[in-house]
Design a protein around this ligand. Structure first.
Ligand code: SF4
Ligand code: SF4
Length: 145
């Protein structure tokens, strides 16, 4: 009986006071997708690869990003071009496994791999989130991050 009275006279008015307080403040709900999210400067989204100013690929396939990756979602195979320079013949990131920690970006000595602010990547097939080197370089051309 005492518990019931406590609920009626203390807990319910306390709960209602919180409700009324928020009735008078501006809503904080984001009307997504009509309204876009304001992201933190430190937000990490999908990856992209960068090129040098002369158009060559920055990545030299050293493997440091893959070694730093806790999710083991980066796969690469090296090759050499006609000048004996090393490059990534295959470079793939499985974004399905990625936890967006950013270690790959931090580990890269060539400033080749970056995480963008792109967070809208719903797809109809899982394979579409395994990005190839060409996908990542294309994203690098478009990226303004
Ligand atoms: S962000 Fe983290 S988990 Fe994702 S590829 Fe880079 S190192 Fe791996
Ligand atoms: S992205 Fe950077 S760390 Fe990764 S293989 Fe290429 S050069 Fe090395």
């Amino acid at each position: 009986m005492l518990d019931t009275l406590k609920t009626i006279f203390l807990a319910i008015p306390k709960g209602l006071s919180v409700t009324f307080k928020y009735l008078l403040t501006k809503p904080i709900t984001v009307q997504y997708p009509d309204q876009k999210l304001i992201l933190s400067d430190r937000y990490r989204g999908l990856h992209y690869l960068k090129r040098n100013e002369d158009g060559t690929e920055k990545c030299v396939c050293c493997g440091l990003c893959a070694a730093a990756c806790p999710s083991e979602c980066i796969y690469m195979e090296p090759a050499e071009n006609e000048f004996g320079e090393r490059y990534a013949k295959i470079y793939e990131i499985n974004e399905l496994r990625c936890i967006f920690c950013g270690y790959c970006q931090e580990a890269c000595p060539k400033e080749a791999i970056f995480l963008s602010k792109e967070y809208e990547f719903s797809i109809d097939k899982r394979e579409k989130l395994i990005y190839t080197k060409e996908d990542l370089l294309k994203k690098g051309q478009r990226s303004t991050d």
